[in-house]
Design a protein around this ligand. Sequence first.
Ligand code: HEM
Length: 137
Amino acid sequence: MIPMGLQGLQMRTFILETLRLYSPVYTGFIRDIGKEATLGNVTRLAGLQFHILINMVHHDPKIWGQDIHLFKPERFSEGIAKATNNNSTAYMPFGIGVHVCAGFNFTIDEAKITIAIIIQRYSFTLSLGYVHAPHPA
Ligand code: HEM
């Protein structure tokens, strides 16, 4: 049986928070600026490339608050807009805009099913020697 805490919406918040804290596309994504544009007080952007580092945006305290390094699925319990202080595009594990990941919803559903199958059969504990040291690979 799936533990109550991971059912339905809560499973979604768990997955969203995992993808916020450790976005797998750690190289980010690139956008070419095709025509003249202004960003804040920076002008004449045409021809430049923007390299958007997902994990930097996902760890910006101005958007998420001071608890950016904590794993807190409940920050998504009232949706992405609430979690991002009404900057929904700041949540971008699947990119943003017209080229947003075609597999966004599929991936979330697939992860839910996979986690449900795994936790029906196994339980997990942290090894006593565990040292938390994530690194991109
Ligand atoms: C955790 C899993 C996944 C992550 C984190 C992810 C992330 C991303 C990101 C960041 C982009 C945007 C790249 C850019 O703008 O340059 C993207 C695009 C794309 N993804 Fe995913 N993806 C995932 C799974 C999948 C799956 C399962 C599929 C297909 C079943 C898929 C299909 C696509 C396609 C077709 C695009 C290109 C969309 C376009 O350019 O119009 N992705 N993905």
